[in-house]
Design a protein around this ligand. Structure first.
Ligand SMILES: [Zn+2]
Ligand SMILES: [Zn+2]
Ligand SMILES: [Zn+2]
Length: 313
């Protein structure tokens, strides 16, 4: 086989693995820095080898100069046609918005871009981008997130904004039997928020109530946990107050990411119904029971559906 430096990352299985792990981490926990050792452990490579493949991915413009951020385009995969095809078929607020959306999709389902660069890709002026960006945000087709550069707690400016293409569809509110699982799920989410410590049982119960409210509104478990646990702040002065502040920042309803809508439409998931434990397939996002919003076999339930009445928080 040719030496590593002479082959494309597309043809190097280790580069693929490293890139895949970076992408996964970037989606799951973008605020946390992944050390080279930790990355190596995920892909099963020694530190030195991991460094080699990171350098190779950077040299071939697959990742950013920070050696961690995957750049749009990815590696030897047909993801892009999916995003661009989706963007081309979405009903955008106006033709210019449609153009901007297709330009974003050229980068990927999610990514990071300077508005100047986006203007160039879309073939429009920066002013035009600035004018239409809020249209796309209001239509729930894109979410932008600023990325501040911080060092020793000081703000040193901003990196390009991070964006995620959104479907424009909100997750449905939970109904019927799906509500049964909410209190336990809310409590387990609170237990996994790393900074939520040093509180009384009563404060913990109150926090779980607030989280339960979001779950009932259709927020998926993973998205809530990510929103609450992503913060770098690990020592909240008043954990309950801080939790409420983070929750207030979330939109009342969860907008389903475009990638999730598109990939789930083509690939149904296999789930076990939370009530009757029957396996079934679904293309619906979020918490789904065997009959969609309801369980079709409540008589098989471990906990009878009407056992407890939960008050809304
Ligand atoms: Zn490689
Ligand atoms: Zn517009
Ligand atoms: Zn069921």
């Amino acid at each position: 086989m040719a030496p590593h430096r002479d082959i494309s990352p597309d043809d190097c299985p280790s580069c693929h693995k490293v890139y895949g792990a970076l992408e996964e981490h970037h989606t799951a926990d973008p605020e946390t820095w992944l050390t080279t050792e930790a990355l190596g452990r995920i892909v099963g490579l020694k530190k030195r080898a991991t460094q080699d493949h990171l350098a190779h991915l950077f040299a071939h413009s697959r990742i950013d100069a920070n050696r961690r951020t995957p750049l749009g385009g990815g590696i030897g995969q047909p993801l892009l046609p999916g995003a661009q095809e989706w963007a081309a078929n979405v009903v955008a607020p106006d033709p210019t918005c449609a153009k901007c959306l297709v330009a974003l999709a050229a980068i990927g389902w999610e990514g990071q871009v300077h508005m100047e660069e986006l203007a160039k890709i879309a073939g429009v002026s920066l002013r035009t981008i600035e004018r239409h960006r809020p249209h796309l945000v209001r239509a729930d087709l894109v979410a932008f997130r600023p990325v501040p550069i911080r060092e020793n707690g000081k703000n040193l400016g901003r990196r390009p904004d991070r964006f995620t293409l959104l479907s424009g569809f909100t997750a449905p509110r939970l109904e019927g039997a799906a509500l049964e699982a909410v209190p336990a799920l809310a409590a387990s989410i609170i237990d996994r928020v790393r900074w939520f410590v040093g509180v009384t049982d009563e404060e913990r119960a109150l926090a779980a109530k607030s989280v339960a409210w979001c779950l009932r509104n259709g927020w998926p478990e993973e998205a809530l946990l990510r929103a609450l646990d992503a913060t770098e702040n690990r020592q909240a002065y008043r954990p309950n107050g801080y939790l409420d502040k983070l929750l207030r920042k979330l939109p009342a309803q969860y907008v389903i990411p475009a990638r999730q809508m598109v990939t789930q439409r083509t690939a149904p998931r296999r789930l076990d119904c939370a009530i009757c434990d029957t396996p079934f397939k679904t293309t619906m996002p979020g918490h789904v029971l065997c009959g969609g919003a309801v369980c079709l076999r409540p008589e098989l339930a471990v906990i009878p559906p009407s056992a407890t009445v939960y008050k809304l928080a």
